[in-house]
Design a protein around this ligand. Structure first.
Ligand SMILES: Cc1cc2nc3c(=O)[nH]c(=O)nc-3n(C[C@H](O)[C@H](O)[C@H](O)COP(=O)(O)OP(=O)(O)OC[C@H]3O[C@@H](n4cnc5c(N)ncnc54)[C@H](O)[C@@H]3O)c2cc1C
Length: 356
């Protein structure tokens, strides 16, 4: 039997889960990734004092298959349990985060964050990539070909059963027997809607943007928390970009990642980075009620498509007689786990078409 050749577009969790599943059954898989790094929104930026995780912050497993994956990744030391001291605010009122030096908790709110088992129950099941988020994909990497810095711009049918891929550097690849596209929904729609009306439902998926600020303070931020959910009306999440074995409160520079809320990110989508940094640091200052320590470094990243607000509602979408498949977190939700599940079911659907 001739070798079955598959192209996977996107090297995030969904694309790599699909690629590794198809590689395991003996198909010849080539992954195309537009960026220099792997992991997609499982993103980490290296600095001279460690990594910032500026995309996904932690993962949870509700599905036994993904739970087993996290256990495997933990055994391989590419994941670890993460139990931050979490302060939960509320999106509608932007609760003020108590902040002071790193002494024992003083306010009732802080006491709760430190001692409540109820509040921390869910945290027992939080995982991060180790030492940084993008390592979470490591168990999926195998001896299939990954072409980095290749942005696919067109999928061209070549006869009834094959496809050629074109990239932004005028490269042409193929023929492939099947293609899985795992980019965020709007980018997947751009690639697939010229092929078939079966991909039209992707246009109804809604993904929200997110501005992320990566800030390192010269001195530890004076708060008892490592992570804050909705510390202010502008910020949905602020967390020490931790490395497991570090003593959080004594480490300097002290690296934090701030994520703006979807609405704030939409309202400021075209602002320049400096404006975004200034406004979100001001929001953090107001929320914490203290003078922020001097900045060691600061940067911002705009995620145009960060979190799914309206998903597709099924784990993949196929067209072209089942040979082209759209996958990604946005099929089922807004989490790393939904990306993994979508990648897995997309691979099985393609196997069903190609080998029955
Ligand atoms: C700020 C932020 C915070 C988040 N927080 C959490 C969290 O705490 N917990 C959680 O579970 N999830 C979180 N998420 C969501 C999580 O990151 C995603 O659900 C998951 O990583 C999506 O994986 P994916 O493979 O579907 O897509 P992606 O990770 O987006 O991968 C798609 C890949 O396709 C590539 N690509 C796109 N177009 C092309 C092209 N034309 N050619 C080649 N390559 C292309 C991209 O570069 C990317 O690498 C967060 C996301 C963001 C942005």
């Amino acid at each position: 039997m001739p070798q079955i050749k598959i192209a996977v577009i996107g090297a995030g969790m969904a694309g790599l889960k699909a690629a590794s599943t198809l590689h395991q059954v003996g198909m010849e898989v080539t992954v195309f990734e537009k960026s220099r790094g792997l992991g997609g929104r499982l993103a980490s930026r290296r600095t001279d004092f460690g990594h910032f995780n500026h995309g996904a912050q932690y993962v949870t497993a509700r599905n036994p298959g993904f739970d087993a994956y996290l256990q495997q990744a933990t055994e391989h030391k590419s994941a670890r349990n993460w139990r931050p001291n979490l302060h939960r605010g509320a999106p509608e009122n932007g609760i003020i985060t108590p902040a002071r030096d790193n002494a024992a908790p003083q306010t009732q709110l802080e006491q709760t964050a430190h001692t409540s088992t109820e509040g921390n129950l869910a945290i027992d099941h939080w995982f991060q990539g180790a030492p940084q988020m993008n390592k979470l994909i490591h168990p999926l990497l195998a001896s299939f070909d990954i072409k980095k810095q290749h942005r696919i711009t067109e999928i061209e049918p070549s006869g009834p059963r094959h496809f050629m891929l074109h990239d932004d550097l005028e490269g042409t690849f193929g023929p492939f027997d099947g293609v899985i596209v795992s980019s965020p929904a709007p980018q997947t729609y751009d690639l697939l809607h010229p092929l078939s009306a079966r991909f039209d439902p992707i246009a109804d998926v809604v993904m929200a943007p997110c501005w992320a600020v990566m800030v390192a303070f010269e001195q530890p931020l004076p708060t008892a928390f490592d992570a804050m959910l909705y510390p202010s009306p502008e910020i949905s999440w602020a967390a020490r970009s931790s490395q497991h074995d570090d003593a959080f409160h004594t480490r300097t520079p002290d690296p934090w990642v701030l994520h703006a809320t979807p609405q704030w990110s939409r309202d400021h989508l075209e602002d320049d980075k400096d404006q975004v940094i200034e406004k979100l640091l001001a929001a953090l200052r107001t929320a914490s009620g203290v003078k922020l320590p001097e900045l060691h470094s600061v940067n911002a990243h705009r995620w145009r498509y960060a979190r799914t607000e309206v998903p597709l509602g099924k784990s993949y979408l196929s067209g072209m007689n089942g040979r082209v498949i759209a996958a990604g977190d946005w099929c089922l939700g807004a989490r790393v786990e939904t990306a993994w599940r979508s990648g897995q079911t997309a691979a099985h659907a393609l196997m069903e078409t190609l080998i029955g």
